[in-house]
Write a protein that binds this ligand. Sequence first.
Ligand code: MG
Ligand code: MG
Length: 257
Amino acid sequence: MFENRINLKSGAEIALMREAGRLNAQTLEAVKAEIRPGVTTGELNEVAESFQRAHGVYSPFKNYDPGNGVPFPGSICTSINEQMVHGIPGNRKLKEGDIISVDCGTVYEGFVGDSAFTVGVGEISAESQRLIDVTKEALEIATSLMVPGNHSGDIGSAIEAHVESHGFFSTHTYTGHGVGREMHESPQLTNYGVPGQGFLLREGMTIAIEPMVLIGTRRTKTLGDQWTVVSVNRKLTAHQENTIAVTKDGPLVLTSL
Ligand code: MG
Ligand code: MG
């Protein structure tokens, strides 16, 4: 990860990233189609891995080692209910009424696509649905602001303002990030900010925006598995992510179908 250098992408590089993003969206669609009560998160991981194998791509999540001593064992993150991000797929079965965030990455021709969604399992409560909807809306609002000349603080403050207007909390700990040949590049895009401050958006930037929304607190902690991030009050959380290119023609969502 380059702490200070932002890698601007050429049109040709953005075209490759669009393909990486499309394949990532297709992987997530394949996973989404299998979400139902009784399925395990390990089975969802298998769905992603077999789709990616069949398309000659792979997830940069697998064996990702940030130096916490536990390389990530899955190709996707599966985070259920109070688990906000980085849940490890395994034997846990989804139950009716759960909500689950699935986060995936795809490497295609050396470039990464990174995106995530949260959905309900079967019937969910009205509050759960509202949490998911507000998180999605925050991503949409943020995406619309990804134009040259805006500052990162415009994006972060818009995310937080939308989230707070619905009585929820935006994380101040976890961020979006540059994406390119590496899954995590400079700069970080916080989920809060001050309009007009932060880094300037420029043509050729490719950035993952990822609002993470909580109920009653913004505080989180990491479980003993060294990965799973949960809300400290164990209330529900939601997460939504797309990788976006800043272009002279406006925001280009790289991780759409
Ligand atoms: Mg992600
Ligand atoms: Mg990301």
